[in-house]
Design a protein around this ligand. Structure first.
Ligand code: HEM
Length: 409
């Protein structure tokens, strides 16, 4: 089926919770149908009470910019209702908070992510990216996810947080187990993520211990020095914040990098344009993010009876925003099923919008720009050696393995 096709069967057959569907590709024919005929659609779920599936750009914007009505705190940011203890922890993480607490926590970390601060790490980030990409020159084949896409984001977030080099690989593996736990290859049993979680908490504790006495100006020290309502963060609040930043910094940029390469290989004429004119790269990055949002959805819970797009929503009901659908809404985006690096404006919503707009967006954009600049300098004639292997997940649009061949320039 082509992405622009519309599924004309019964709406009840649409199952956006099915990770094996997303593993093949975003189900655009379903999303197109929902956006056209049922943009606020009551979606049954086998593992919960059901949710409203949101597929229009305007509605995602409306919900994300009204945290008083659509809460991240009441039920957390993820589709499944977590057990009470887990919910309590999610509520201690920035992404699971509502104003006014959310604003307080966001202020603590937002200073680390301003364009000025990110600009400060740019030279080192470029140097590291060059180092990673230079290794490709010794060969004509690589596994792009592990050899390139995963390394740069882990480096950036580790630099920002002050994670020592020796610990980075293990922390990366742990973050993977925590967030990609729907995939049996990554988390073969429920124990995998429980064990990973215990290890990562222990690591966060050790990190706090080490940083407390130091005078470094990294984000870990900023978190430890921060005051919320006149008190320091508790150990648990610190650990959760630390872990969330590691996971958020890693999974998404890696995914965007891998999808970026696949998408450019699928559009060789646009890849050739990028090679000829590097000033097109920032536009290409936005379009890659629109085309393949690294995160499929986030959730809110209605705090009162309300209405979206003419549909009544009752207090306590879940709404799930599907970014791949919003990014292809033709009432906002012209010719949305065409990948076009020249698209301007590009109103992609892959970083969310409003209250929880991605704090790492500047860093992610910069990383992606540098990666593609350096990659195009270093290698040519890139081709897929085998079909990419995708993550089994309805949350993360991940690529597990991407074997490519190329010619060093
Ligand atoms: C291409 C890369 C990325 C994508 C697509 C992405 C996507 C998102 C989205 C959709 C949200 C909004 C969540 C919501 O509305 O509930 C978000 C929030 C967030 N992201 Fe990102 N992200 C990316 C990279 C990063 C990086 C590199 C970092 C950190 C180093 C980061 C840190 C955060 C944080 C801290 C939040 C929570 C903000 C808040 O709750 O106020 N992200 N991200």
């Amino acid at each position: 089926m082509a992405d622009a096709d519309v599924f004309e069967g019964p709406l009840g057959e649409i199952d956006l919770t099915d990770a094996s569907v997303w593993e093949r590709a975003a189900p655009h024919e379903w999303l197109n149908r929902l956006r056209r005929d049922a943009p606020v659609h009551w979606h049954e779920e086998a593992d919960g009470p059901g949710f409203w599936a949101i597929t229009r750009h305007d509605d995602v914007r409306r919900i994300s910019t009204d945290p008083d009505t659509f809460s991240s705190w009441v039920g957390g940011p993820l589709r499944l209702d977590p057990p009470p203890e887990e919910l309590e922890q999610l509520r201690m993480v920035i992404i699971g908070m509502d104003p006014p607490d959310h604003r307080t926590f966001r202020t603590i970390v937002s200073k680390a992510f301003t364009p000025k601060m990110i600009g400060r790490i740019e030279p080192a980030l470029r140097e590291e990216t060059r180092r990673v990409v230079a290794e490709l020159r010794d060969d004509t084949r690589c596994e792009f996810v592990g050899d390139v896409a995963a390394r740069i984001p882990m480096w950036s977030i580790s630099e920002l947080m002050g994670v020592p080099e020796a610990d980075r690989q293990r922390l990366y593996e742990l973050s993977h187990c925590l967030i990609d736990d729907q995939d049996p290859e990554i988390a073969p049993s429920p124990d995998t993520s429980v064990v990973a979680s215990a290890e990562v908490f222990a690591y966060a504790d050790a990190m706090a211990e080490r940083s407390r006495g130091s005078d470094s100006d990294d984000l870990t020290s900023a978190l430890l020095a921060a005051e919320v309502d006149g008190r320091a963060l508790t150990d648990l609040e610190f650990s959760l914040f630390f872990i969330f930043l590691i996971v958020a910094g890693n999974e998404t940029t890696r995914t965007a990098t891998s999808h970026g390469l696949i998408t450019l290989l699928e559009h060789p004429e646009q890849l050739a344009q990028l090679r000829a004119d590097r000033s097109l790269i920032p536009g290409a990055v936005e379009e890659i993010l629109r085309w393949q949002p690294p995160i499929h959805h986030f959730r809110r819970t209605a705090t009162r009876d309300t209405e979206v797009g003419g549909q009544r929503i009752s207090e306590g009901e879940k709404v799930i925003m599907w970014y791949a659908a919003a990014n292809r809404d033709d009432s906002i985006i012209d010719d949305p099923h065409t990948f076009d690096i020249h698209r301007t404006p590009n109103q992609q919503l892959s970083f969310g919008i409003g209250e929880h707009f991605c704090l790492g967006a500047n860093l992610a954009r910069l990383s992606l720009r540098i990666i593609f600049e350096e990659l195009l300098d270093a290698i040519d004639d890139i081709e897929l050696a085998t079909p990419p292997r995708r993550l089994h997940s309805n949350l993360i649009n991940g690529i597990k393995e991407l074997q490519v061949t190329y010619r060093p320039t």
